[in-house]
Design a protein around this ligand. Structure first.
Ligand code: SF4
Length: 158
């Protein structure tokens, strides 16, 4: 009887400990609500919108919302490329809202017609480049080129 009680207490303590750790991690990442899917440890699922052909793997999928987690800070607004990425994720999953979590602040992005149109313009341009096997015109900067993995071969390197 004592052994059984001890085992039950140990199991309960492990479950409670894991639950507290999970809650702390979620609160640290600013996640509230039921997590349907997470790619924060690289095990997330790829979402695909059959109508548009847009595929994406969001960092976190909640009910009605996705979260994209960035390791770098933002200024006063989210970066354009990150908004586009969040838009692709919202449309691949089929939700109306996204949050972009930077290391210093968070932004809410809504899945508007304007953002969807921008996404589709970029997507079509990418498809055209892909079909013609042509690299799109880049926006090189000295900082980007210095750390770029292709900088030893790239003729556009700054
Ligand atoms: S080295 Fe070339 S590919 Fe890399 S960032 Fe610069 S321009 Fe772009």
């Amino acid at each position: 009887m004592f052994t059984l009680g001890f085992i039950l207490l140990a199991v309960f303590t492990i479950i409670l400990g894991s639950w507290i750790i999970l809650l702390k991690r979620r609160s640290h990442a600013g996640i509230s609500g039921w997590v349907k899917d997470s790619d924060l440890k690289g095990k997330g699922k790829q979402y695909f919108n059959r109508t548009t052909g847009v595929a994406a793997k969001p960092d976190v999928v909640l009910r009605g919302k996705v979260i994209e987690v960035k390791s770098y800070p933002a200024l006063n607004s989210p970066f354009k490329g990150d908004i586009l990425q969040a838009t692709a994720e919202m449309n691949a999953v089929g939700v109306g809202k996204a949050e972009i979590h930077y290391s210093n602040k968070r932004f809410l992005v809504k899945n508007t017609t304007q953002l969807r149109d921008s996404l589709m313009r970029v997507y079509q341009a990418m498809q055209e480049h892909f079909e013609r096997s042509m690299a799109p015109k880049g926006t090189p900067t000295t900082r980007k080129c210095r750390v770029c993995e292709f900088n030893s071969d790239c003729p556009e390197r700054l």
